[in-house]
Every structure is written in C-alpha cells, then in structure tokens.
Design a protein around this ligand. Structure first.
Ligand SMILES: NC(=O)c1ccc[n+]([C@@H]2O[C@H](COP(=O)([O-])OP(=O)(O)OC[C@H]3O[C@@H](n4cnc5c(N)ncnc54)[C@H](O)[C@@H]3O)[C@@H](O)[C@H]2O)c1
Length: 250
C-alpha cells in the first residue's frame, strides 16, 4: 500500500535514537522530509547525517521539549527550511522509576513535564502551520504503562494523560483535517532497554504475556506511526493503538 506520504514534512521529538530514530527512518523511507529533534545534539547530528547519507531530505535541531523557547525556535527553523510542518510525533520521554513513597518531586516533575508539557508545547507550536494548510497528523507516543505499572506512578500518569490530551485535541482539530492519535507500545527491544539491569526479567515477563510470542521491535512501532501519519488514516482520530503483541494491562 502506498501511504501517500511523499513530500510531507515530519517533525519527531526525541528522534536522535531509539523509537524516534526508527520512526524518522520509516517516515523518510515513505518519502517524508524529516525534522530530526532531540535534546542530545550529538544524537541529532548522527541521525540527520545517516538520513542524508541514505539520500533523504533531513534537517536537525537540538530541542528541549520542556522549553517553549526552544520549541518555537525549532518549529520556526523547520518552517524556514521546508515551508511547513505536516506531521508531529510527540515521542520524547523517559522513565524515573520508584514507588511513590520514595519518589522525589524532581522525578515526578521531569517525567510528567517531558511527556505531557512537552506534547503541549510542541503541538501548540505546529498547529498554526497545520491549520493554515488545512491538513495535519499528530501522533503521541503513549505506553502500555497507561494502564498503570508499579514503580511508575509518574510515567503511568503522564502516558495516560497523553491519551486524554490526544482525544481532546482530536475533537478540537478534526475540522481542519488534522487528526490526533496515540500509540501505546509494549516492551520494545531498543538499545536502552537491552542495557537495563532488569532486562532479562522484563523480557521473560513480556514473552510470557505477549500473545505474539516475541518482543516488539522499533520497526513495529514505526510502522504503526507511519500509517497513522498518512492520508490513508484520515478517518481515524482520537484513537489509541496498542502495539503490544496482544499484552494489555498485566
Ligand atoms: N522502548 C520501549 O519499550 C517503550 C515502550 C513504551 C513507550 N515507549 C516510549 O517511546 C518513546 C521513546 O522511547 P525509547 O525507548 O526510544 O527511548 P530512548 O531513551 O532511546 O529515546 C528517547 C529520546 O528522547 C530524548 N529526550 C529526552 N528528553 C528530551 C527532551 N526534554 N526534549 C527532547 N528530547 C528528549 C532522548 O535524548 C532520547 O534520544 C518514549 O516516550 C517512551 O516512553 C518506549
């Protein structure tokens, strides 16, 4: 199926590595012009160069999604280069796990701010371009953790909040042919996840509970995101798509 993404301009937050990088690679392979953004400037450089070396159009910006000024400068820069932003993937996020009784306020704030306020800043900044062109696709990377994971009150709250944000945004922006959807990955085998001291235990639990008997890959998530970003998904909005191999709340 041709996803009809040729020439669309896609900005993905946290796309220096991991799922974000897999997503920009997949969108680029579908013909999108890519805005690589990440708080890690070296990762931005590496991903942008790799895309260019593969023959894709890509520009990179160091971006902190928590900083409204940094977001505004990035979106202005992307519009200077490509003229518009058609697609936003709010992907930047991380965990700071502890039971609530031991969770310092800074771990609550950093996780919730990056995931939720980051999505607020980035979405608000790209909407004028999308509204002007009467077309847009916003995909928010939630997590299976939106059901609630022990040790992740901060992360679960933020990822569940992102689902509510998505649904409200879909209701507000549908009239401009702007859709908003969320993707909830399960346990996906990335470099970072493989390096966790708990990797073997987490992998065993995932393999026992996934209906599809393997771990997810970054490509599994990127493929789902690409579809939701495409004109082919134009009648789907306000949805949450689980990419979990059939594992849900436990
Ligand atoms: N890997 C999984 O199993 C999994 C499962 C469910 C959801 N997710 C979600 O997918 C997203 C990507 O996860 P990943 O596994 O690729 O993680 P990752 O750590 O490999 O990549 C996240 C990227 O976000 C960047 N980032 C962090 N804070 C930022 C900020 N303030 N501004 C801009 N960039 C920032 C990091 O530098 C990093 O490059 C996250 O939102 C994560 O919660 C991952």
């Amino acid at each position: 199926m041709d996803l009809q993404l040729q020439g669309r301009v896609a900005l993905v937050t946290g796309s220096g590595r991991g799922l974000g990088r897999a997503t920009v690679e997949a969108l680029a392979a579908e013909g999108c012009r890519i805005v690589v953004t990440d708080i890690d400037a070296d990762a931005v450089e590496r991903t942008t160069q790799a895309l260019a070396a593969a023959g894709h159009e890509a520009v990179g910006f160091k971006l902190d999604v928590c900083d409204a000024g940094s977001v505004a400068a990035t979106v202005d820069g992307a519009i200077d280069v490509f003229g518009r932003v058609d697609i936003l993937v709010n992907n930047a996020g991380f965990t700071r796990d502890k039971y609530l009784t031991k969770m310092p306020e800074e771990d609550w704030d950093s996780v919730v701010d990056t995931i939720l306020k980051g999505a607020y800043h980035c979405t608000k900044a790209v909407l004028p371009s999308m509204i002007e062109h009467r077309w847009g696709r916003i995909v928010n990377i939630s997590s299976r953790a939106h059901f609630g994971n022990p040790g992740q009150t901060n992360y679960s709250a933020a990822k569940a909040g992102l689902v509510g944000f998505t649904k409200a945004l879909a209701l507000e922006q549908g009239k401009y042919d702007i859709t908003a959807n969320a993707v909830a990955p399960g346990f996906i085998e990335t470099e970072l996840v493989r390096a966790l001291p708990t990797f073997d235990r987490l992998k065993k639990a995932a393999l026992e509970r996934n209906t599809v008997p393997r771990l997810g890959t970054p490509q599994d998530v990127a493929d789902a995101v690409c579809f939701l970003c495409s004109p082919r998904a134009g009648f789907i909005t306000g949805e949450l798509l689980h990419v979990t191999g059939g594992r849900y709340s436990s």
